[in-house]
Design a protein around this ligand. Structure first.
Ligand code: ATP
Length: 308
């Protein structure tokens, strides 16, 4: 890792430069550079295998980069910084035969200045199952316990690795509210997800990663403004790409005809003139999902869900 120091009037909480990690011939993380400001929720978005967890593990000091630099508060990342982070892993093995409260107290005992356990219980809505074996929690309840454990050392920077994967929509929304509350406490949150709607809801700034590389960077709103004007039309593939007025962009993606249009009425008139069937037509604002599709030509893969 590099030894230079970043000098800046208001240093980023975290600055990453040209980070790389390979497994054999596979470049899992390929030259990532980004920075995170204090109090932000920063997102790493991408499909399965994009390199999100590998990146996070380097930022958390769990694995070593092959090359590149990581700075916390303009200092080269080291043990002292890593110890101060809060981390919610995708999977955490917890001690068997302990209740929720016992688990919390055990984790708190590892730290010299742990958070107030009662406050954590309240914040993460754990009151109703404190005496329950943690193995018997639902998916949403378990994620809230893991979040409380990640906060037990009172971290200023919190890492969440795909915290809502596998949760049903209700449990995901509950978790989003919790993350917003934690952000309001002034903490910096670094989040990986392959749910683009989650990123739109939570992230102030983000990178979209595919095959280890950054393919887009910015706030969700700025990215959408930059890449999409007007509205998006989607309809079943008519078997050809109709000719459309200037300013329209049409493409076939995953069995759908997608038209980016500055004027919906004009587009529909043009489609009707060319005998395109409008059954199944969808008019919508662009989302980060659409952006990912536009940039990579492939959609994000689906995942299974677990109830609250
Ligand atoms: N220890 C390892 N040894 C070999 N290959 C690895 C190892 N860890 C990760 N990889 C590979 O590196 C690539 C990136 O993996 P990573 O887990 O970082 O992706 P991800 O974006 O977090 O995916 P997911 O959303 O599925 O968690 C994948 O192709 C993965 O198979």
């Amino acid at each position: 890792m590099g030894v230079e120091k970043v000098s800046s009037a208001a240093p980023a909480v975290l600055a990453v430069s040209q980070l790389c990690k390979s497994y054999g011939a596979l470049k899992a993380v390929n030259n990532l550079s980004f920075s995170v400001q204090a109090g932000q929720c920063f997102g790493l978005l991408g499909p399965n295998g994009a390199g999100k967890t590998t990146t996070l593990e380097m930022l958390e000091g769990i694995i070593k980069p092959d090359s590149g630099s990581i700075f916390y508060h303009a200092e080269v990342a080291g043990r002292r910084h890593f110890q101060q982070l809060g981390v919610q892993f995708q999977q955490t093995a917890l001690q068997d035969f302990l209740t929720v409260e016992e688990t919390l107290r055990m984790f708190a005992a590892f730290y010299p200045e742990p958070a107030d356990i009662q406050e954590l219980i309240k914040l993460c809505d754990l009151t109703d199952f404190l005496t329950q074996d943690h193995k018997k929690l639902s998916g949403g309840q378990r994620q809230r316990l893991l979040l409380a454990l990640a906060l037990v050392n009172q971290p200023q920077i919190l890492f969440l690795d795909e915290p809502t994967t596998g949760l049903d929509p209700h449990a995901r929304r509950n978790f989003w509210m919790l993350i917003k509350q934690i952000k309001q406490q002034g903490r910096t949150i670094i989040l990986t997800t392959h749910y683009m709607d989650e990123a739109e809801q939570l992230c102030d700034d983000l990178i979209i990663v595919d095959k280890g590389q950054i393919i887009a960077q910015g706030s969700p709103q700025a990215l959408l403004r930059q890449h999409f004007e007007g509205a998006l039309l989607q309809l079943p593939d008519p078997g050809f790409i109709p000719s459309l007025p200037d300013g329209h962009h049409a493409s076939l993606q995953g069995g759908q005809l997608c038209i980016q249009t500055p004027d919906v009425q004009q587009s529909i008139q043009a489609l009707l003139q060319q005998q395109v069937q409008l059954q199944g037509l969808l008019v919508k604002s662009a989302t980060l999902d659409d952006l990912f599709l536009k940039l990579t030509g492939h959609a994000l893969s689906g995942v299974t869900m677990e109830a609250e």
